[in-house]
Write a protein that binds this ligand. Structure first.
Ligand code: AMP
Length: 446
């Protein structure tokens, strides 16, 4: 099936062809005609499925098809709310690329100066891509008017809820006109997402392209058991032996990301770190260097990496497993995209055995385990509890709000962490037996 059957106008088809896309992805195939028809949409699609074009293309067509009334010229007509600044930048770039700059657009996000954003908003963009916190800051300071929004997109809604943005989102909804088209994209559907959808969508069409919590089939997953103190050495070894050429590497904390980046530099591996303590220009530079191949390993925390669009990323490395099993699925969704095969490599130490079990329970099958020769784990080393910290890789206000205050997760919306049952803390990962669980198919690579 080609794009031309979806009802898109020639200029958009040209933009798509210029990107080298020949066929629409499943979410594009299903969503584009529905959005063009003006329907509200509840779409289950994770990053890597082509979801951005699935809402941007029909949105551009609808905006172009209806002229703005004279008194509404230079008012914001479409609002796309995303969880992170990186995603805001990327989605806005897609708007420009697909729209061939025919409509004015801008991205609004925290961590950078307010003044420049006020000026671009004054110039009257028709499309705004924004993170929730900074958008509300603008609204409170009356530097933005959302009273003419015709189309609203919530992108990666599950991530926004995980990050504690539900109250911000509700505040944003209250600023919009009642009559509008709403599109909600989410990789997973919790009770909270469904409640949000029920409140904001009007008789929505629904599209589901990724089976719930199932990583793409294009990703080969492997666990390399290793001692906690030898993970960095093993990662350097995998790079030196060309088992990994370029990879996005996840750590749990900002501190861990920095420390690892420094150590890998000492090993002679070109590395950059990307997390919430880095300035926006530093992050953009790191991403650009990585995309250009100047950097071999890009070390990222969970939140900083969300929504990163890096095409043809061959490897994702979990230097540390995530505290929330669902995040594993999101992490490995960074590879195996748009038809390109990818590897997700997890370096797992004895402390992480319970987390691994939880991930495998979520996946519904064990991840093949392969011991790398020379890095056999010392089975006499007992497990240590992993300190439960969020890592806070999030930028500025976008940090997950884990205690008190506005938007603090409730017992219902708080993601379940390892070592907790039914939301009540147990002595964390210390409950592990201190022994490796032997996994089916475990073998040693020589
Ligand atoms: P997204 O899920 O929107 O983050 O998109 C994932 C990646 O797929 C991006 O790098 C897009 O450029 C790419 N992409 C989107 N649509 C298509 C398509 N129809 N054919 C091939 N690649 C696509």
């Amino acid at each position: 099936m080609s794009f031309s059957t979806l009802g898109l106008r020639p200029e958009l088809l040209r933009a798509v062809a210029a990107q080298g896309y020949t066929d629409p992805t499943p979410v594009q195939r299903e969503a584009i005609p529905l959005v063009l028809a003006g329907r509200d949409l509840l779409a289950g699609a994770q990053t890597g499925t082509g979801k951005t074009a699935a809402f941007v293309l029909p949105m551009l067509q609808r905006l172009a098809a209806t002229a703005q009334p004279q008194d509404q010229r230079r008012r914001i007509r479409a609002l796309i709310v995303v969880p992170t600044r990186e995603l805001a930048i990327q989605v806005e770039e897609s708007v420009r690329v697909y729209g061939a700059n025919a409509l004015r657009s801008t991205a609004i996000y925290g961590g950078v100066g307010f003044g420049g954003q006020i000026n671009t908003v004054r110039r009257g963009p028709e499309i705004v891509v924004a993170t929730p916190g900074r958008l509300l800051d603008h609204s409170r300071q009356r530097t933005i008017d959302l009273g003419a929004v015709e189309i609203l997109v919530l992108d990666e809604a599950d991530r926004m809820l995980d990050m504690g943005f539900i109250r911000d989102i509700r505040s944003i909804l209250a600023l919009l006109p009642a009559r509008r088209q709403n599109l909600l994209f989410s990789a997973t559907f919790s009770k909270e997402i469904r409640a949000l959808a029920e409140g904001m969508l009007d008789r929505p069409a629904s599209v589901q392209v990724t089976p719930r919590n199932t990583p793409t089939d294009l990703v080969r997953q492997v666990v390399h058991p290793v001692d906690r103190g030898r993970k960095r050495e093993l990662l350097s070894h995998l790079v030196r032996t060309h088992a990994i050429d370029q990879a996005l590497v996840f750590t749990r904390t900002k501190h861990g990301a920095n420390k690892l980046a420094e150590q890998l530099w000492q090993d002679g591996i070109a590395t950059a770190a990307i997390h919430g303590n880095k300035s926006q220009p530093q992050r953009i530079r790191a991403l650009a260097d990585f995309k250009a191949g100047k950097v071999t390993l890009l070390i990222a925390t969970e939140v900083a990496a969300r929504g990163l669009d890096i095409e043809q990323l061959p490897h994702v490395v979990n230097f540390e497993l995530p505290m929330v099993a669902n995040d594993y699925v999101h992490r490995i969704g960074r590879t195996g995209r748009a038809g390109v095969e990818g590897d997700a490599i997890s370096l797992v130490c004895v402390d992480e055995a319970p987390m691994l079990r939880e991930i495998e329970r979520l996946l519904g099958s064990p991840i093949p385990s392969e011991v790398i020769a020379g890095f056999e784990p010392d089975r006499s080393i007992p497990a240590q509890p992993i300190r439960i910290r969020t890592g806070g890789g999030g930028p500025g206000r976008q940090r997950p709000r884990t205690s008190g205050g506005r938007g603090a997760p409730t017992s219902q919306n708080r993601p379940r962490r390892f070592g907790q049952r039914g939301g009540r803390p147990t002595p964390a990962a210390a409950t592990t037996s201190g022994r490796w669980v032997s996994l089916p198919g475990e073998r040693t690579r020589r």
